[in-house]
Design a protein. Structure first.
Lengths: 277, 424
């Protein structure tokens, strides 16, 4: 059977919207790859250094924060502070940038979604893909810092794809949840930036968790899902050890369940988007 | 016809061209938009209003109980006034919108040609945009590789294809959009408004391409306000009005129905206009013109006539005191001010004697020679030697000549001369 003859659409035949959306997203994986390509290529297109900024931007940020915090607070980290900070920042940026982009893309792509059928998760998936490409590229300056500052690089480095994927799952779930909200309440777009700032300081990115007093530490380790994901990422590149099952399991459960919840809600509500965007 | 295709088993033969195959089927479609009466922007406002049970929605049926089907390989026209629901219908077929009620079935790949180039990114090159746009229409990079050169050739953008799109002129942008959207060989092409993209040469190329689509058996769904285009290109058409399907059938009959509705609306507007106010009326009103109507051969008041039709101007008056031999006259102007004629009772040697009380003056045109256009009547009554104006209604009565659907032996210009052609 040729693929052309089987392209049929029947509004009355509906399986589960979440599963249908998954199938369609798979059918359109070419589009998602093209969108990732577009996002990666156009981000720094008009700048002279171009894609190099993907590497330079986190390095610059790290340099400033290292200077500031190593002078003022003098955190005691296991190894060099610079690598500690950069690894945390990369994990955090993956989350914050992709969730913001997923939401913005839906609003940007709204006009397009009103003209032509595309799986509505395309833009969120593309945002996650772009984030993954960026974090992979940013691993190069991270390795550079690790080597310069004598952080031991161990076999645990091969574990790195797992925390990156879990971060991507979690980000996609959160991105879809807030995108759904943003369709109904445009103010969410602005509000989310404030939430992100607060969330970042509640996550051990620029400070080690040990500096916090016990009650606060208890709250963050139990209520902030990003804590587990950032720490998991750091284990591979900074602490240089594999996680224990007790460390891995919460991260897996949190990211997968967030993804399912986000996907399910988004798919269930996405038919209404065309009536609203 | 439909039962035949429905009973057909789905298999290889279903993909063979079949003139009776229905590729688009809409069954009892309704779409309801819920428009919040007040725009609710924030959580806080929403929460407050929700608690107060104050969130009210106005229901607005963009489409109501529409049933129609489009056959494979047919050019189908969709007409109606703005806001009639045409765009909503296209969205249903393009899978962008799900109906509130009813069922939509579409067979084949749909390519919308609405606002071409909508998915382009200004920072990407023409080349990158071709691949991106192709992916939006469901094509892989490899599939687009095969089409790439043809697209560039058609859009005539050989020298610019590796320049970012922001450096393109709007014409180049649109050409690229049209080239991509039509090069993907969709099974169903949606054309919203006939293309007015690019210069004349490109427009001709576009029209040829649409024609080629038709020959290849692509189903084309066309929305247009250009009635002669719909009549010439489409086999069948549907007419929507306020979300309801009010006519479905041959393009010609549906266009006729549409024009009838438009004329009816225009007539009532023109009739309302035909009441002079103080700005275009003067005279001492010893005789007052109380009503002016234009009637057809059946003595029915109307404001739209066709060439060759009988037109009767009926002037009703009331004389407030007896007047000896007044002169009634009319003037006909084209809407742009060209004075066509100015007949009156004196030229026609009709002496009315002493006029008193109320009565009617009739001016009959047995065979209207005016061609299509908008015209206006002025109506006047003066005293016996035309030195005193009694009542004058300056260009107060509009009418229109419309020859749609009528066989007229001459066209273009002001009037028909009823000349004869002969070949010796």
């Amino acid at each position: 059977m040729s693929t052309k003859a089987t392209v049929t659409y029947d509004s009355a035949q509906r399986t589960n919207p979440a599963i249908e959306e998954l199938q369609e997203a798979f059918n359109y994986h070419h589009l998602i790859l093209q969108l990732v390509r577009r996002d990666v290529l156009t981000r720094y297109k008009r700048s002279v250094l171009g894609i190099a900024w993907t590497l330079l931007a986190p390095l610059g940020m790290m340099l400033i924060l290292t200077l500031v915090f190593s002078q003022i607070f003098r955190f005691n980290t296991v190894y060099g502070y610079a690598a500690f900070l950069l690894s945390g920042l990369l994990a955090w940026n993956l989350f914050s940038q992709t969730t913001t982009a997923a939401m913005a893309n839906l609003v940007w792509g709204g006009g397009l979604l009103n003209r032509i059928y595309l799986p509505r998760t395309s833009f969120a998936l593309a945002a996650i893909g772009t984030g993954l490409v960026n974090i992979c590229l940013a691993t190069i300056p991270l390795l550079l810092i690790i080597l310069i500052t004598d952080v031991p690089l161990t076999i645990a480095f091969v574990f790195l794809p797992v925390p990156m994927l879990l971060l991507a799952f979690f980000s996609l779930g959160v991105g879809l949840l807030i995108s759904t909200l943003a369709v109904y309440f445009p103010d969410v777009v602005e509000m989310y930036q404030i939430v992100l700032t607060a969330w970042m300081y509640l996550t051990p990115i620029i400070y080690p968790i040990e500096v916090l007093p016990e009650p606060v530490r208890f709250l963050i380790t139990h209520l902030n899902p990003m804590y587990h994901l950032v720490e998991l990422y750091r284990m591979a590149v900074y602490y240089g050890r594999f996680p224990t099952w007790e460390e891995l399991l919460p991260a897996v459960v949190i990211s997968i369940s967030t993804l399912i919840a986000g996907w399910w809600l988004f798919a269930r509500k996405s038919d209404e988007f065309a009536y609203r965007i | 016809m439909s039962s035949l295709t429905e009973s057909k088993p789905i298999g290889l033969e279903a993909s063979l061209p079949d003139q009776t195959e229905q590729v688009i089927r809409l069954e009892n479609i309704s779409v309801r938009y819920r428009v919040p009466q007040e725009r609710i922007g924030t959580f806080k406002e929403y929460a407050i209003q929700w608690l107060q049970r104050k969130i009210k929605h106005d229901s607005f049926w963009a489409l109501k109980d529409v049933t129609l089907s489009v056959n494979k390989g047919e050019i189908f026209g969709l007409i109606g006034k703005n806001g009639a629901g045409k765009s909503t219908l296209l969205k249903l077929i393009a899978r962008v919108l799900r109906p509130t009620q009813g069922r939509v079935r579409v067979q084949g790949r749909v390519a919308p040609l609405l606002e071409v180039g909508a998915g382009f990114h200004p920072e990407l090159t023409g080349r990158e945009n071709i691949y991106l746009n192709g992916a939006m229409l469901g094509f892989t990079r490899e599939e687009m590789n095969a089409k790439f050169q043809e697209i560039v050739d058609f859009a005539e953008l050989w020298d610019f294809i590796d320049a970012p799109l922001r450096t393109y002129s709007s014409g180049m942008w649109a050409r690229l959009g049209f080239a991509v959207a039509t090069d993907v060989e969709p099974d169903i092409l949606i054309v919203d408004e006939i293309l007015s993209v690019g210069d004349e040469a490109f427009q001709r190329k576009s029209a040829e391409r649409i024609e080629a689509f038709r020959e290849r058996g692509t189903t084309i769904l066309m929305v247009s306000h250009n009635m002669s285009a719909v009549e010439n290109m489409c086999q069948r058409a549907a007419l929507l009005d306020q979300g309801k399907l009010i006519a479905l059938g041959s393009a010609r009959s549906v266009v006729d129905r549409y024009l009838e509705i438009v004329r009816w609306g225009e007539s009532s507007r023109l009739l309302q206009e035909g009441v002079p106010d103080e700005t275009n009326r003067w005279g001492n009103r010893l005789i007052e013109i109380t009503r002016v109507r234009t009637l057809d051969e059946n003595h029915v008041a109307r404001v739209i006539f066709h060439t060759g039709q009988k037109l009767v101007v009926e002037i009703e008056y009331t004389a407030h005191q007896p007047v000896l031999s007044p002169i009634f006259g009319i003037a006909i102007h084209r809407h742009d001010g060209v004075h066509i004629t100015g007949p009156n009772t004196a030229f026609a040697n009709l002496d009315l004697g002493v006029v008193k009380g109320s009565g009617k003056i009739i001016y009959t045109i047995p065979n209207l020679v005016l061609l299509e256009g908008r015209y206006q009547f002025s109506v006047a009554v003066t005293n016996q030697d035309d030195t005193q104006m009694l009542d004058y209604h300056d260009r107060a009565y509009p009418f229109r000549v419309d020859n749609h659907g009528i066989d007229i032996s001459e066209r273009y210009g002001l009037m028909i001369l009823n000349g004869e052609w002969r070949c010796n």
